[in-house]
Write a protein that binds this ligand. Structure first.
Ligand SMILES: C[S@@+](CC[C@H](N)C(=O)[O-])C[C@H]1O[C@@H](n2cnc3c(N)ncnc32)[C@H](O)[C@@H]1O
Length: 202
């Protein structure tokens, strides 16, 4: 049982105006989707104190772990929303509000019959597009070559996303100074990771 108290908000019922959870609505707003244990968003928020961050997760243990780190360090620029990201984006974030979106190692659902559970598809890229500002960016990482291909096709079917690595191209080198638990896991297993960067053109 999770107890929701600042900096965690329950987004599973009804709408939250996420902007109103931060004191200054003029500051840049960035989102990490599926932050896991929260290391990436925590490091980023520490490195960018003039930006506000929203972390969206469903995993209770990860939420508790990040919430504790935020409380102990007294940082004010991260809030956590407990909900399915599709609901949060659709109901609680206004259009043209986000500067950057990070999606690191989304569940790959490798079995053929489970692939429809994957987060990234054409509909999802359209939802992200509407929430990002012009010139906003989406960053993705995965260790699944098959999911990578699906990401490339889903994003590049929409002319509003410009692949900053090159059309239908990807990088095998991280663009981040920070790392994530799943990134470390796959590197420790000797696997390759793939990184994508898109810029929004409106
Ligand atoms: C494979 S883990 C990656 C965690 C972290 N990004 C990392 O790289 O270590 C995927 C995470 O996405 C979260 N997730 C999956 N689907 C989600 C959804 N629809 N809404 C919010 N979080 C989701 C899961 O709970 C899980 O923690």
């Amino acid at each position: 049982m999770i107890i929701f108290e600042h900096p965690v908000f329950d987004g599973t019922n009804g709408k939250i105006d996420v902007r109103s959870l931060f004191p200054d609505s003029r500051r840049p707003l960035k989102v990490e989707i599926g932050f896991g244990n929260g290391t990436f968003i925590y490091d980023k928020a520490r490195a960018e104190p003039d930006t506000d961050f929203i972390g969206i997760e469903l995993y209770h243990k990860g939420i508790r772990s990040l919430a504790n780190r935020i409380k102990i360090s007294h940082i004010k620029n991260i809030i956590i929303i407990y909900a399915n990201v599709k609901k949060v984006l659709a109901d609680s974030i206004r259009d043209n509000e986000l500067l950057e979106v990070f999606i690191n190692f989304p569940d790959p659902w490798p079995k053929k019959r489970h692939k429809k559970r994957r987060l990234i598809n054409v509909d999802f890229t359209q939802l992200i597009y509407s929430k990002l500002i012009n010139k906003g960016k989406v960053y993705l990482a995965t260790d699944s070559k098959d999911y990578l291909m699906e990401m490339l096709v889903s994003f590049e079917g929409n002319p509003g996303f410009k692949n900053l690595v090159g059309r239908l191209k990807y990088s095998e080198k991280t663009p981040y100074p920070s790392t994530t638990k799943y990134e470390e896991k796959s590197l420790a297993n000797g696997e390759k990771n793939y990184y994508l960067q898109y810029e929004i053109q409106k």
